[in-house]
Each structure stands twice: as structure tokens, then as C-alpha cells.
Design a protein around this ligand. Structure first.
Ligand code: NAP
Length: 249
């Protein structure tokens, strides 16, 4: 859909792919605003203009699109960030703007993988055998889904400190990606991890833990990607995104 507006592209970010796309858009000389939720205290370096914090729901986002004369929206948020993706599609619909999503196809298991699909973190924790040490690689927000079990150990890795319910015995590791396979193997071995629990986020940056789990023969509890609201175009990669932007004029 061609856009009648001439202002910047709004890029909804918070992922490694969004960062790379923001830099590619800046190199191409296309005005863009990257929006971050503001949950990470020291975000990575993005190209172009960056804003932080929520918009205030669909209406707030629609008002932002109008007041900044936004030309088009690219949703490059995490595949599990359902709310902002839904809001973006609705706000683009309200304002008549084109919207595309930078897709991240889910990971697929291969030979040597022991994956089990699970609805959510609570279900995965319930399935851990007694004596297990589960490694939760699902970010600080995963803390909400952690339930108390005294017969297992849990380690949660996050960028920001999670808010844990009182009484939960969970070891927290604060660190930032990237997490290469060899470092993941060393970490899982050192901690004597028996199971990995993660979201099926797809993409390259999170693969190291899955390769490590395969190499160590660890079972993986995988939380499947949610089905997101549909948009005008699914973009497979940065090149497709740049083509889509170029075709807006
Ligand atoms: P969410 O549940 O979909 O969104 C919650 C609210 O946060 C939204 O309604 C919006 O607030 C605000 N928000 C989210 N992303 C925003 C953005 N890029 N710019 C401005 N406001 C944003 O999101 P989430 O799952 O908490 O994730 C928050 C951010 O972290 C996302 O940008 C996502 O890309 C990134 N992230 C998420 C995960 C994950 O596993 N969920 C993993 C890695 C990175 P208003 O309604 O006030 O506008």
C-alpha cells in the first residue's frame, strides 16, 4: 500500500534484528525512528533516532503516528511481544498506514535434539523430573511463570534483574547476549544443568544454547511462538525490508 505521508519510518525494536535494520536504514539515508519499550537499562546502539517507553496503547500509538507524520511502520519486535504487535497493527489500521513485520521463523529440531513442546514456563517446570536443574533462558519477564518446587533447582538468565516472588529459590544470572555455543556448553556443564527451558524465538542470536543442549544431550522444553495478528507484509530479512521501504514511494 503506498503511503501519502512523507515523514520517518517507525521501527518497533527491542531485538538484534531491529538494531541491524535500524543501522541499514540509516546507512540508506532513510529517516526513521526506532522505538524501544525502555525495559533494558543500557540498550544497544541503534541507527537513526531512538525513542523509549510505551505509547499508551493503540490510541497513544495512533496519536504518535499522526503527530510524527509517520510514513509506515515496521514491527521488528520479539515474536513473543504479542501486545505491541497487536497494537501496532491496529494503530496502523486506524491511521491508514502500511505495516510490515520482520519475521523470525521458529527454530526446528533436528537429529540429536530432544525437544518437548510445552504451553508455557509453568507447564515446563511442572514436567521437570525430581532432582533436575532447569536452565530458564526466557528473560526477566519469565519470572512471573516460575512456580515453587522444592525437589528441583532452577537457574534463570536475564538482562535485567527479575522480580521474583518471595520464597522462590531461583539462581539468577544477569548477562547480555551474544551467547555462543561453546560458552553455553561450558556454562551448562559448570552448573550441572539437566534441562533447558526456552521460548522458540527463532533467529541466529539465540541458537547457541540449542546447539549446546544438543551437544550435551540435554532435553529442551520449548515454548512455541504465539500466532501474531496479520500485517500487510511479512519481511524475511533486512534486504526485503529495505525493498519494502523503497517501494513505499
Ligand atoms: P509486549 O508485552 O508486547 O508489550 C507491552 C507494552 O510495552 C506495549 O503495550 C507497549 O506499551 C510497550 N512496548 C513494547 N514494545 C515496545 C516498543 N518497541 N516501543 C514502545 N513501546 C513498547 O512486550 P514485551 O514482551 O514486554 O517486550 C518488550 C520489548 O522487549 C519489546 O519491544 C520486545 O521486542 C523486546 N523483547 C521481548 C522479549 C520477550 O520474550 N517478550 C524478548 C526479547 C526482547 P504501550 O501499550 O504503552 O504502548
Amino acid at each position: 500500500m503506498p503511503s501519502e505521508r512523507r515523514g520517518p519510518i517507525l521501527l518497533l525494536g527491542g531485538t538484534a534484528e531491529a538494531r541491524v535494520l535500524s543501522q541499514a536504514i540509516a546507512v540508506a539515508g532513510i529517516p526513521a525512528i526506532t522505538s524501544l519499550a525502555g525495559v533494558t537499562s543500557k540498550p544497544e546502539i541503534y541507527g537513526g533516532t531512538v525513542r523509549r517507553g510505551g505509547f499508551g496503547g493503540v490510541d497513544g500509538l495512533a496519536a504518535f503516528l499522526r503527530s510524527n507524520d509517520i510514513r509506515a511502520v515496521i514491527d521488528a519486535t520479539h515474536p513473543f511481544a504479542e501486545q505491541i504487535s497487536t497494537n501496532a497493527a491496529r494503530a496502523a489500521g486506524l491511521t491508514g498506514l502500511p505495516i510490515a513485520r520482520l519475521s523470525r521463523p521458529p527454530w526446528k529440531s533436528g537429529p540429536g535434539d530432544f525437544w518437548r513442546s510445552t504451553n508455557d514456563l509453568a507447564a515446563a517446570i511442572a514436567m521437570l523430573p525430581s532432582g533436575a536443574h532447569g536452565f530458564i533462558a526466557a528473560g526477566a519477564s519469565a519470572a512471573d511463570g516460575i512456580s515453587l518446587r522444592e525437589d528441583i533447582q532452577l537457574t534463570l538468565r536475564a538482562i535485567e534483574p527479575p522480580e521474583l516472588s518471595p520464597g522462590l529459590a531461583v539462581t539468577v544470572i544477569l548477562s547480555r547476549p551474544p551467547y555462543p555455543e561453546m560458552a553455553e556448553r561450558a556454562l551448562f556443564s559448570k552448573l550441572k544443568i539437566t534441562h533447558l527451558i526456552c521460548k522458540n524465538a527463532g533467529g541466529d542470536s539465540g541458537r547457541g544454547k540449542l546447539n549446546a543442549a544438543r551437544a550435551l544431550g540435554l532435553p529442551v522444553f520449548m515454548i512455541p511462538q504465539p500466532t501474531l495478528v496479520s500485517v500487510d507484509r511479512e519481511l524475511a530479512d533486512i534486504k526485503s525490508a529495505l525493498h519494502w521501504i523503497a517501494a513505499l514511494n
